[in-house]
Design a protein around this ligand. Sequence first.
Ligand code: Z2T
Length: 808
Amino acid sequence: MYTIKTFQQLLTDKLAKHQGTTVEEASDKDLYYAVASIVKEEMNENWLKTRQKYKEQDERQVYYISMEFLIGRLMESNLLNCGMLDVCTDTLKSLGRDPEAVYNQEHDAALGNGGLGRLAACFLDSIASLRYAGHGSGIRYRYGLFEQRIIHGNQVELPDYWLKEDYPWETRKPEEALKVQFGGEVHTHRRFDGSLEFSYNDVDIVRAVPYDVQVAGYDNDVVNTLRLWSAELPPEDSSILADSESKYYHHLDHMHSIEQISGFLYPDDSHYEGKELRIKQQYFLVSATLQNIIREYKERHRAPLHKLHEKIVIQINDTHPSLAVPELMRILMDDEGFSWEEAWEVTTQTIAYTNHTTLSEALEKWPVDMIKNLLPRVFMIIYEINERFCKGIWFDHPELRDRIPEVAVIAHDQVHMAHLAIVGSFSVNGVAKLHTEILKNKEMKPFYDLFPEKFNNKTNGITHRRWLLQVNPKLSDVITEAIGPQWIKQPSKLIGLMRYSNDQPFLDKISSVKQHNKLVLAQLIKERTGITVNENSIFDVQIKRLHEYKRQLLNIFHVIYLYNELKDNPALDLTPRTFIFAAKAAPSYHMAKEVIKLIHHVASVVNNDKDIGDKLKVIFLENYNVSLAEKIIPAAELSEQISTASKEASGTGNMKMMMNGAITVGTLDGANIEIRDLVGDPNIFIFGLNSEEVLDYYAHGGYNAKGIYHTDERVRKIMDQLNGGEFGSQEIEFKDIFYHILYNNDPYFVLKDFDPYIETHELIERSYRNQKAWQKMSVANIAYSGKFSSDRTIHEYASDIWKLKPLK
Ligand code: Z2T
């Protein structure tokens, strides 16, 4: 549609009209804003059309409510989906400008912690690309996930003020603002017919202002919306005259506390902290979203709200938005005059819940008092839901009476949000086969016994548009050259690559793309760390949040082991390795921070040892985020997915690296199992305890960690090096890790899985030496990765849960 010439004209006009500058004069930032504005305008017409279609058509729609949307940068993905990426890149080059430098001007939108938030972003891309009527709803945090700096090996956190400069992809919609109420008192009145009516007094009102972000489908005319809510002081409150100093300060305090609600993203990944501000955020999001849904429904249909569930489905991303259950009840009863029974019928047919973890420390349990004070009416409803649910079991399932305390929504003065979500929804899904089985048979067994029909699996996925087409254009070209372009719209067609697994010229192309990507990453590593890596070494990558269960510690133990081996035997014939880490630790997570520190101290010993040379290098890239992942993943050869079996619900980094031709070394956990089932054992390196063995150990008080310490010399040596300060200097030592493992009996089985892990890495090394065989493995992984496109996942959600048909 555009040519370099026409795009150049557009850009020149834009720069002149909007920035009063020329291509020659323009800074990279000027160019970034000019291109963003072109793309946004390009999307506007379809955005309007899409919204009109949704209004006119009587079709079902989904709202995806999530406390996190980890969207990263939007320039390249918007350009790609609008069919303008190549022409824009070429135009910038033709003008003597560096497109990369222009795109790098964009600050990541880091409105998420990790997997859960990135999944939500991938889903939006797939929903629009598959022409589904879906809307995202989240919070416009003024501060995203903290920026990580490493100082002397220690993580320090900096606030991520990502809105410092204009964010070009959002549109503020003040005329669509809504009011959210907190606190106050509930008054009950009896109507003439004997029913109860509720009104609230002395509430605090918060104004929820939507900021809309366009979500363009790939090569179609759909532009959906991600609506991010911002908390503001209601305008009528700001005109209140303070007639005394104390009133004035009180007013400022009040204003400040309201703005706090959309102030920052909580930085805990799979970890619950019962902070009051956090539940305010959750209720703010849920209440604004539900009011908005009902307003849009009324605009669209003459049908009564009693049919809401026929036209609307609400997917809640984990329990974070689970107040949607009592809030929808509240709106239907108090604002719309429904009876309890009518409201319950509609609510439980509208809401669907996705669970993302079985880690007990992640389960949200809010103190009753907190909810009661903050949301008195919502609490009354939760109380009633619990009463009716427990009574129902008592009378209808006498065989389950003694399990009531286990499943109650309120117990021990806490509201159990997962129970609320399960009871109040019609669908409960896990995010990988194993995870869903663990939910059904263990973690949520009593609920599965009560409501087997609610439970289902939806294995996660990733958008292949961003994670292959956009980040690895060279690999994409090689693929298209071999099997044609159909895979772009039907990623399952990647399987056609299997026909080329013995085609040497094809394998050579695949490996020269990987080599090129490795060189590009090596250059980035050089720029950011000053370290020169051996580009012929194995690029062994573990990039994800830092968590004990993800076992970065096991990985660094392997590094230390190899280092010790090389010191003992300098002539050892070792295939050179570059270990690449990137990870943020939650600011309050002590052990995770210790592991980051350990990685850095091991790195400085290993990287500076003349005896080691370029046989081993340990790289830690700071401030892991979406755009750094985009630079690392295309260059990865080995993908470390080594969580303690049963702990990683799914994982999605595993899918991203597989799709870019890396081979997985991993445990039988999360979606690794489904990767193995597809590619087969010869094309993946599986090691260690499986989930049954792990769960069995837990049931019997764990295994004997000290036993391994005493019998395995390699392990003892490493542990003693940590304890003895070998990788630190003077005051820096790693006694905490040492004692934690030995005296808490190694809850994540690091020592237990050490031996099989080392052995598997020896096998990996032998396999890597046969480059042809390795390339074939790589191709098999790319070929089978089509199943992990989030397009497949979204098709499943749409047909099994949402009952949506694609837009005509
Ligand atoms: C998160 O990223 C995940 C689970 C959570 O449970 C919270 C957060 Cl912030 C409450 C991750 C899982 O750990 C990961 O296995 C999964 O792939 C991802 O969600 C998406 O489902």
